[in-house]
Design a protein around this ligand. Structure first.
Ligand SMILES: Cc1cc2nc3c(=O)[nH]c(=O)nc-3n(C[C@H](O)[C@H](O)[C@H](O)COP(=O)(O)O)c2cc1C
Length: 197
């Protein structure tokens, strides 16, 4: 590549990185990514750094026809946390499962048998995979957001996603068309998080 092309690649990368913002699933609607775009987004996860080449995380797509199962898990997790939760509150919890057209759960695999790398390294790898997906979704013109919350760590969720003893859910990622956008947050600058030894 000549230096003009290099500069264009750099400008594109910086624009993409700095213009990405978290979009709440509430603000994401149809259309969602089509199968080819989904392949672009999820395929980018596989380019994440992975010490020991362990593939230490996995993605679970929750298609529209299975969202009701996630909704039930949200409702049951709520009742388990709060036995006094009303049916209206359970319904509110259920409704979270239907937000956004494309939804995946990211799970990290912490099994010691997988290899000698530390859990931190595996979680970092998963974080890189997530960022790759967020950036590709953004490059395709979609909004994307991560979500977690107490229900994610519940036994209902473990059961629904068939998590093994050594797997931990990290977050949900929702992708769709941005219907309402909040102003971008002020971001930290290099001096806020960098020092020199
Ligand atoms: C693992 C993870 C889980 C997250 N879960 C939530 C969440 O449950 N609710 C939420 O509003 N944002 C969640 N976020 C998104 C952050 O709130 C968001 O990244 C932050 O506000 C910074 O905004 P930005 O991504 O636009 O820079 C999560 C982010 C990460 C990395």
């Amino acid at each position: 590549m000549d230096s003009t092309a290099d500069r264009e690649v750099l400008d594109t990368a910086l624009t993409l990185i700095h213009s990405r913002q978290h979009i709440s699933p509430k603000r994401l609607g149809d259309p969602g990514p089509d199968p080819g775009q989904i392949e672009n987004i999820l395929g980018a996860a596989g380019a994440a750094p992975d010490h020991g080449l362990l593939n230490p995380w996995r993605l679970i797509i929750i298609p529209p026809e299975r969202r009701h199962l996630l909704g039930e898990a949200f409702a049951e997790a709520l009742t388990e946390r709060d036995g006094a939760a009303t049916e209206a509150q359970r319904q509110e919890a259920r409704a979270k499962a239907s937000r956004g057209p494309f939804l995946v759960t990211v799970v990290v695999r912490l099994d010691p048998e997988l290899g000698p790398t530390h859990p931190q390294e595996r979680i970092v790898s998963a974080g890189c995979a997530i960022q790759n997906m967020l950036l590709v979704a953004h490059a395709l013109g979609f909004g994307a957001g991560l979500s977690s919350g107490r229900a994610l760590y519940s036994k209902q969720m473990r059961l629904l996603f068939g998590l093994s003893e050594h797997e931990q859910p990290l977050c949900f990622m929702t992708v769709g068309t941005v219907h309402r956008r909040k102003p971008a947050r002020a971001r930290p600058v290099m001096a806020d998080y960098t020092s020199t030894l």
